[in-house]
Ligand binder design. Structure first.
Ligand SMILES: [Zn+2]
Length: 269
């Protein structure tokens, strides 16, 4: 997408975010990766519902301004995601009311209650509170950026990202919709979790269809662990053992093989 179209789409998505009540006042920000070291982003102190195409700021991946528009200091959250995820080209940050209610209550959106969410978004972890616009915030996000597509920021808001602007917005919308349903279900005693075999089928479908890659099995979801399909069950552990000449030789062991080996070793000693 060229810069002209990206500016137009950011204005459109900003209006959607404002009209849907995802942001108020000058909250939130949207950005798009135009090139290897070129980011187009919404400016500071502007309502996302009243933007025009000419207000956007340009920065490099370190946040250095590349035009005369001032970018929000929250851009560091976006830049961290771009640096860590080469597959991501768009980021939406908002203070969506239902999702932020989870974040303010210190609760992750990680229950397996909706099939569509398992298929297209996965779990949304809660990241520890960090003062907005400081390295505290980006440090708290760092451990989760790689395997998740959206994050809750404790006592602050949410961020969602994707391959393009629509995917980032759709993920933000899915997050908010899920949070709203989970809160409404509390009226009836709380949502029921999907059974383990149904979760496993959904994980297989999403990988075959390409909605999410196998890497999403590494997400911080209790149900992946309980179902036994989390990434630590499929990834090979790599250990170095010395060869007969005393030099290091790499071998691979599965988790089960390693447990077996350690239990045999403990019997010998
Ligand atoms: Zn914010």
């Amino acid at each position: 997408m060229d810069e002209k179209d990206a500016r137009k789409l950011i204005v459109e998505i900003g209006k959607l975010m404002y009209d849907k009540g995802y942001v108020t006042s000058s909250d939130g920000n949207i950005s798009y990766r135009l090139g290897d070291n070129l980011i187009l982003a919404t400016p500071t102190q502007v309502s996302k519902g009243r933007m025009t195409e000419d207000v956007m700021a340009l920065t490099d991946l370190e946040g250095k301004p590349l035009n005369d528009k001032r970018v929000s200091s929250e851009i560091q959250m976006h830049l961290l995601i771009y640096r860590m995820r080469p597959d991501v080209n768009a980021v939406c940050h908002a203070h969506v009311p239902h999702g932020t209610a989870f974040a303010a209550a210190g609760v992750a959106i990680d229950a397996p209650i909706l099939s569509e969410v398992i298929l297209t978004l996965g779990c949304v972890p809660l990241t520890a509170y960090g003062t907005p616009s400081t390295p505290e915030l980006t440090d708290a996000l760092k451990p989760y950026v790689e395997h998740h597509n959206a994050l809750l920021m404790e006592n602050h808001g949410v961020v969602a990202y994707g391959v393009d602007l629509w995917q980032a917005f759709d993920r933000l919308e899915t997050l908010e919709h899920t949070a709203k349903i989970a809160i409404l279900a509390k009226v009836f005693g709380g949502a029921n979790d999907l059974p383990k075999d149904a979760i496993e089928k959904l994980i297989n479908i999403r990988e075959k269809a390409g909605y999410l890659t196998e890497a999403a099995r590494c997400q911080a979801c209790g149900y992946l662990e309980e179902t036994g399909i989390g990434c630590e069950h499929s990834e090979k552990s790599k250990f170095q053992f010395p060869d007969s000449n005393g030099h290091g030789a790499k071998i691979s062991l599965s988790r089960e093989e390693l447990i077996e080996l350690l239990s045999q070793a403990s019997k010998l000693s």
